[in-house]
Ligand binder design. Structure first.
Ligand code: ADP
Ligand code: ZN
Ligand code: ZN
Length: 751
């Protein structure tokens, strides 16, 4: 019997195909003879499924599942000749799927953008007619007599320096038949040429040449180059004050990686908000503009399709984009730069909730690429990694332009004289400072910190914030229960009638929205040209870019905005930055609240005095003693980090632990509450002892987007334990369509 199963009878290998749009259904398919050579991990394929056809991704070519008894249906079609997803990117997807407790399929959807999956976005082509040979006079006369259109095409092409033209320029479709006739006689050749839809469009980028680096920059660049020569993938944390010239270091490191034939990936927090980064890269590589590709959400599907393929084909060697670009198919990746690595927008706030910077670090390791994480105010996660030797620290402590950091003043709003006309949002001193700049024809940025929906209680007289007695986090007011609830541990408390510290009855709940502030400021400074920038304004395509351009051209005197205007912008005419309320961000139930406030204040302060004019920063606050505010005033990142890491360690917050938020949503309130309670009970039984879980907490706004939300917070030194246990328990619960449960590993929002 043994003989019968000789070599040529051994079971042929099967393609293990992960089907699109289904949660991790992997099926085996037979590989038809003609395809055997081409079917590999990462190929896209079409397969038969329940009488129809489905698409999917080949995860592996391996022995088929034995229980199938060798009866496999064959693949229908190979979508691409070569694997469209590299093996490393698939590894990254599989790793991220497990870490963030989502399906591999969801991660693959991040790797191949929708625009690339849909074949209707197939590359646009146009016909080009080339002159191949020029007829002798006699023949030309004959053609002219019998087919004047053909003759005129020949003459037109002959007169062009390149002897070729788009069919459109020859008269479009009516010219096609005469051109074909000419082709048959060998006078012309018709070809198809891809049109590249470039998101940068017709924008011109002024060419720049490398600057001579100052010693700090040179030292940083040398370290980056040494790491890349040595093939080191240990992340380099580049801590450089605002204006220290980090971008110039990135540009020169990128140029060198390119010179060595390697590809470069540059992640920026939000590309529509950092057009300067793109412009600076396009400008530096201006002789080969096609070498720089951009990927971002405001692009059309066609543009995205073209840029993506340009990167994958290796035509574009540098890819720039926000967090989703961490999956860009850059060939021979040699260098990854994560600019403003501390920025919270690297964390995706919908499923899959991955962290772009963290995946970039992992990808660098998998690809053998050098990675640079740059920031003036690095995240505590990264600083801690540098302290423990996981990352290597590079520092640039001086501004490249020789300017001094701006003078920062903190105004105590509990005692500052306020002008009634400004309803408490503007102190007398900030108002005078604005007036003075307007008179001098200088520009002002006013910054309104506004984030999340959480409402905490703060006393306007003494600045006291009601915090949880167990975790020292600000408590969140829940209107439906009229209770204060701690979003970290679930502790509940009654709302005090008066301030527990000073017994003032004016204890405040309300913050002020940008629109209201705008109205108040307009009344106060009727002569000033004022522009508001917030999420509402920025929804219009290019709105932000246009506003920033107008501000740069000094057609705007006062720019009033949210965190949006704090990022990487460089305005020489700005001499005053006012922070209207430093507190709101501070009083969030979020272990990173102080860190984020510190980062925002430091970044915002970096906007002042970038040109020849000295800058001043005025911070209005009810908590002037807060560490985040005091350290930001002194531009003391090290001092802040040391202080804050001490607190994080004491309360076991990140980076000393991983925190996750488990949320259940439903349009039916009872269902949401009951489901989370059940889930919670099962988790308490199933979680290993090193995982802490809070009691169920309702959402502070009971209902958002028509759904009721209940959540609980989990923390553990092992993110894996949280993800694995939650995935298992959730799968067992088998919620129907009426309930949506999401797990946010390494959460950045807790309310
Ligand atoms: P960062 O990204 O660190 O905030 P930038 O890269 O925006 O800093 O640089 C701040 C300013 O300093 C820019 O105007 C830049 O052109 C200039 N700059 C950078 N490096 C140099 C240098 N080596 N010599 C002169 N000017 C420089
Ligand atoms: Zn008080
Ligand atoms: Zn608590």
């Amino acid at each position: 019997m043994q003989e019968l199963f000789g070599d040529d009878c051994s079971a042929p290998l099967a393609a293990k195909v992960l089907l699109d749009g289904r949660d991790d259904m992997v099926f085996d398919y037979a590989i038809p003879r003609g395809m055997a050579e081409h079917v590999k991990r990462g190929c896209r394929v079409t397969v038969p499924l329940r009488g129809g056809q489905a698409t999917g991704t080949v995860l592996a070519v391996a022995e088929p599942e034995p229980q199938l008894g060798g009866k496999l249906r064959p693949l229908t079609k190979l979508v691409d000749e070569a694997p469209i997803i590299s093996s490393v990117l698939l590894d990254l997807a599989e790793w991220a799927a497990r870490y963030y407790a989502v399906s591999v399929e969801q991660m693959i959807r991040c790797i191949i953008p929708e625009a690339v999956r849909q074949e209707r976005h197939d590359e646009k082509t146009r016909k080009v007619v080339h002159l191949e040979s020029w007829p002798d006079d006699d023949t030309l006369n004959k053609i002219n007599a019998r087919a004047p259109r053909q003759a005129s095409i020949l003459r037109y092409l002959h007169n062009l320096p390149e002897h070729r033209a788009f069919l459109a320029d020859l008269g479009g479709t009516p010219a096609l038949n005469p051109a074909r006739a000419l082709q048959q006689r060998g006078f012309v050749r018709i070809s198809e040429e891809a049109i590249h839809r470039d998101p940068a469009g017709n924008e011109q980028f002024a060419a720049t040449t490398p600057l001579e680096l100052n010693p700090e920059q040179q030292a940083a660049l040398d370290r980056i180059n040494e790491a890349s020569d040595a093939g080191s993938t240990q992340p380099l944390l580049l801590q450089g004050v605002t204006g220290s010239g980090k971008t110039e270091v990135y540009l020169q490191a990128a140029a060198r990686a390119m010179a060595r034939g390697r590809g470069v990936l540059i992640l920026v927090p939000e590309i529509s908000l950092t057009p300067q980064t793109m412009a600076r890269f396009k400008g530096r590589f201006a002789d080969t503009p096609e070498a720089v590709a951009i990927l971002h959400s405001a692009m059309s599907d066609g543009e995205r399709f073209d840029e993506w393929h340009a990167i994958r084909r290796g035509k574009a060697r540098i890819a720039i984009g926000p967090r989703s670009a961490v999956f860009a198919p850059v060939q021979q990746l040699g260098l990854i730069i994560v600019d403003e690595e501390h920025d919270p927008s690297y964390k995706q706030e919908n499923t899959p909730r991955y962290h772009g910077r963290d995946l970039a670090v992992l990808r660098a390791r998998m690809e053998g690429a050098t990675i640079v994480l740059g920031s003036a105010t690095p995240s505590l996660e990264s600083l801690y990694n540098a302290q423990t030797g996981k990352y290597s620290l590079l520092r640039m402590d001086h501004r490249a332009d020789g300017q001094r950091l701006p003078l920062t003043r903190v105004l105590d709003m509990r005692t500052e004289p306020k002008d009634k006309r400004y309803q408490g949002i503007l102190s007398e001193r900030l108002r005078m400072a604005i007036d003075q700049r307007l008179q001098r024809g200088e520009q002002v940025i006013l910054f309104l910190n506004r984030r999340g929906f959480a409402r905490s209680l703060q006393c306007p007289d003494c600045g006291h914030v009601v915090t949880c007695e167990h975790c020292s986090m600000p408590m969140t007011y829940h209107i439906t229960e009229n209770r204060l609830i701690c979003h970290i541990c679930g502790y509940r408390a009654v709302v005090p009638h008066a301030c527990p510290e000073c017994h003032s009855r004016g204890i405040l709940l309300e913050g002020c929205g940008t629109q209201k502030v705008e109205a108040i400021l307009r009344r106060g400074f009727p002569q000033a040209r004022l522009q508001r920038v917030d999420a509402d304004v920025a929804v219009r395509k290019n709105a932000l870019r246009d506003i920033l351009a107008a501000f740069r051209a000094h057609r705007i005197d006062i720019l009033l905005g949210t965190q949006m205007i704090s990022k990487g912008l460089d305005f020489p005419g700005v001499t005053l930055v006012g922070v209207l309320n430093a507190d709101i961000g501070l009083n969030l139930p979020d272990p990173r609240a102080a860190e984020r406030t510190f980062q925002l204040l430091t970044q915002v302060a970096g906007r002042a005095g970038r040109g020849d004019l000295a800058g001043e920063v005025i911070i209005q606050t009810y908590s002037p003693q807060a560490a985040a505010i005091q350290f930001a005033r002194r531009h003391d990142t090290d001092g802040f980090a040391e202080n804050e890491l001490g607190l994080r360690r004491e309360f076991q917050y990140p980076p000393f632990t991983h925190m996750a938020v488990l949320t259940v949503r439903s349009v039916q309130e009872e269902l949401a509450r009951f489901s989370l309670e059940t889930l919670h009970k099962r988790l308490e039984a199933a979680l290993p002892p090193h995982v802490q879980i809070s009691p169920p907490i309702p959402s502070p706004i009971a209902k958002s987007y028509g759904q009721f939300r209940y959540q609980c917070t989990l923390s553990s030194p092992s993110a894996r334990s949280i993800a694995d246990t939650c995935s298992r328990v959730l799968a067992d619960m088998n919620f129907g369509d009426e309930i949506v449960a999401t797990l946010d590993i390494d959460a950045y929002t807790f309310s």
